[in-house]
Design a binder for this molecule. Sequence first.
Ligand code: UFG
Length: 319
Amino acid sequence: MKLLVTGGAGYVGSVCAAVLVEQGHEVVVVDDLSTGNADAVPAGAQFVQADMVAVASDLLGDGSFDGVLHFAAKSLVGESVEAPERYWNGNVIKTLQLLEAIRLAGVPRLVFSSTAATYGEPESVPITEDAPTKPTNAYGATKLAIDHAITSYATAHGLAATSLRYFNVAGAYAGLGERHATETHLIPLVLQVATGQRPEILVFGNDWPTPDGTCLRDYIHVRDLADAHLLALQTAQPGEHRIYNLGNGTGFSVREVIASCERVSGISIAARDVERRAGDPAVLIASSEKAITELGWKPQHTTIDEIVGDAWEFTRSRS
Ligand code: UFG
C-alpha cells in the first residue's frame, strides 16, 4: 500500500514507519520535527519536513494513497492541563483539517493513535472499549474528540477507520526508541538513572490502593503496537470506525518497573518517594480481547523484562 505517516519522526510513528517499510509498503513520512527527530525517519521512507496541514492536500491530492496513519500530536498530559489551547489547536483543529484533506482526496483508510487517556479514571479494570469515556485532562479530551469526528467521517463518507487506544508504550525497535526533549515517562527516566544521566527516580505516591502502594500500569512493546497498525490497515472496512485498546492485560507497579530496570541493567537505581502526581489514576490495565479477536493481534513481548530490556539497549546505545 502507499501510506502517509504523520508524525513518522516521533517514537511510535517512526517504529511503525520502519515496520511498514520492512513489510514492503511505500511510505511517505510528514513531520514538522517539533518533537520528532529527522534521523528517526526510516531509510526507505520518503520524508517531507512540514506541518502536515500545510502539505496534506498537495500530498494526498493525486488520489494515489491507500491510507493515512496519523501519529502527529501533542502528547504531554501535564502540558495539556496547563495550556489546553495548544492541544485543542494542535490536536483537534489540525486533525479536522487532515480529515478534510483525506475526504477530498478520497483516501480510503485511516489509522489513528488514540489513547487510554480517553477513559480517565476507570470504574473497573481491565478496561474494555465500551467503558465510560471521561478524560481527566485536555490531552485525553482532544483525542476523544478526534475519535468522535472520525466516527462521523466514517459513517458519512465511507472511510475505513481504526482508532488504537494505546496504554503505556515502551521498548525500542531497530535502533528507534523514546527520546523526548521533555521526558515524563517512567521507563526512560528510570533508565537515565541507570546511565548516570539523572541522580534518582522520584516515585509519585506510595499510598495508592495497590499491593505495594505505587500505581499499576499496563506496558506494551512498541513493536507489538506496530503490528496492530498493520492489522488495522488490513482489516478495516469502509464506513466503519473500529476502536481497540492495546495493552498486555497485566499491571506492573512503579516499584516493579524499577526492579525490572535494575535486573536488566545490573545497576542499582536510587529511588525516592514523593507526593502523588496530580491526575494519575491508581490502576490502568487494558482488556485487549477485542483486538486479539477481531484484528488477530498477538503481542509477542509480554514480560516487563523483555520490554525494559529493549528500552535499556536503546538507552545504553545513545548514552
Ligand atoms: N511515575 C513516577 N515517576 C516518574 C514518572 C512516572 O513515579 O518520574 C509514575 C506515574 O505516576 C505513573 C507511572 O509511573 O504511575 C507511569 O507514568 P508515565 O508518565 O510513564 O505514564 P502515564 O501512565 O502517566 O501515561 C500513559 C501514557 C499517556 C497517557 C496516559 C493515560 O504515556 O500518553 O497513560 O493516563 F495519556
